[in-house]
Design a protein. Structure first.
Length: 396
């Protein structure tokens, strides 16, 4: 047998490094702390109370808590009465007064031979304005001459009948018939005279007449020329005269500015050329609002003895508000619309803001005139009303 093999030398095992026990304890403690803190944080968060509400809205009222952040966007003021707002000037046009005017036309058909006036001329009553040649005038002349001849013939017959009756040579019946015929002839002559006199013209020969001025005035309209055929059936007059010592100014004023305008109210009229100003008086305020422009027509009477204001000229009309008339005036931001009406927010109790309808008047330069709804001395929201209106709309 061979000699026994020697036992091999055991190979030493490689072991992991040892972790000090103190370090393990620190790591474990930190992990536990983080878990506890996280749990406590979650637990504490789940039990937090919700923040208190600072604004509530119901119906027409918004209630704000004292010190709430909404107050920083609002501004309160006390309503006060002041003089009425002055409306801005508006354009107007000078017109002649129909009551101080007269139209002239041709009473008979014919042809114009001569026109002696032009637009803007001043004339006196009776002045010859234009001449017309008319065959109808000759017919009137013949009719008048025939009526006169008939009267003369009937008069001779009546006189002869009276003589015969006086001599008892004819019955009285013939005298009565002759006198009746004379009366009828006289009526026909009177009618022929009246027809010719009604022409209101100056006869110049058998077929020519002059149309004369019916009054003193200025020619403000002229629509005829020499050689033109004219007649009584013409729709427009040949010319129009007007006394322009007084004129009318027509203007259109916005509905809001005209709501308290009345007859007799003073206004000021200014010409753009020459900067001439004249006092005027409101003579008429239309009761109808123009549906397209939302304006009201106003007629103003103005003295014009020096004839500075010419018909058809453009002027500027400034309304003069009544100094004794007072209105509550508020900033434009205080008035908002909810789609149906204009409203402001008033406060009569601390923190309670109530929507209140108002009647709006004139607006100008960031101010609004209120005709009703907000009494003097009432506290209202002068700034931030739109925020409160939005709050109500969201709540309702």
């Amino acid at each position: 047998m061979g000699a026994p093999m020697p036992n091999p030398k055991p190979t030493p095992l490689i072991s992991a490094p040892r972790v000090p026990s103190r370090r393990v304890a620190v790591v474990a403690a930190a992990t536990v702390v983080l878990i506890v803190v996280g749990w406590l944080g979650l637990r504490g968060r789940s039990h937090d109370a919700p923040p208190p509400e600072t604004a509530t809205a119901a119906g027409d009222v918004v209630t704000l808590a004292e010190g709430g952040p909404q107050w920083s966007y609002l501004e309160l003021a006390v309503a006060e009465e002041e003089t009425a707002l002055t409306p801005p000037p508006v354009p107007g046009r000078v017109e002649f007064d129909e009551k101080r005017s007269a139209a002239a036309g041709s009473p008979l058909p014919g042809r114009v031979e001569e026109v002696r006036v032009r637009l803007g001329d001043q004339v006196k009553a009776g002045d010859r304005l234009l001449a017309v040649r008319s065959g109808a005038l000759a017919d009137l002349g013949r009719e008048l001459e025939s009526a006169r001849s008939e009267v003369a013939a009937k008069r001779r017959v009546a006189e002869r009948a009276r003589e015969l009756v006086a001599l008892r040579a004819a019955p009285e019946k013939e005298q009565l018939e002759a006198e009746e015929d004379l009366r009828q002839a006289q009526l026909a002559e009177k009618a022929a005279n009246a027809k010719r006199d009604s022409l209101n013209a100056t006869i110049d020969g058998d077929t020519r007449f002059w149309i004369t001025a019916p009054q003193n005035g200025t020619v403000v309209e002229l629509s005829v020329s020499a050689g033109q055929e004219v007649g009584p059936d013409r729709e427009r007059p040949l010319l129009r005269l007007s006394n322009i010592d007084q004129v009318l100014v027509l203007t259109d004023i916005s509905e809001q500015d005209a709501y308290d305008l009345h007859e007799g109210a003073p206004v000021t009229v200014r010409t753009p050329v020459g900067d001439v100003t004249r006092p005027g008086v409101v003579e008429r305020v239309s009761q109808v609002v123009d549906p397209q422009r939302r304006t009201v027509e106003v007629r103003v009477r103005v003295q014009n003895s020096d004839r500075v204001l010419r018909p058809n000229a453009f002027v500027e009309v400034a309304l003069t508000p009544d100094p004794n008339q007072r209105r509550v005036r508020v900033p434009a931001d205080a008035v908002v619309s909810d789609g149906k009406q204009s409203v402001v927010f008033v406060t009569r109790e601390a923190g309670r803001l109530e929507r209140t309808p108002v009647t709006v008047g004139r607006r100008r330069e960031g101010e609004v005139e209120l005709r009703g709804g907000l009494d003097p001395g009432t506290r209202y929201v002068a700034k931030g009303a739109i925020l409160l209106l939005n709050q109500l709309e969201l709540a309702n």
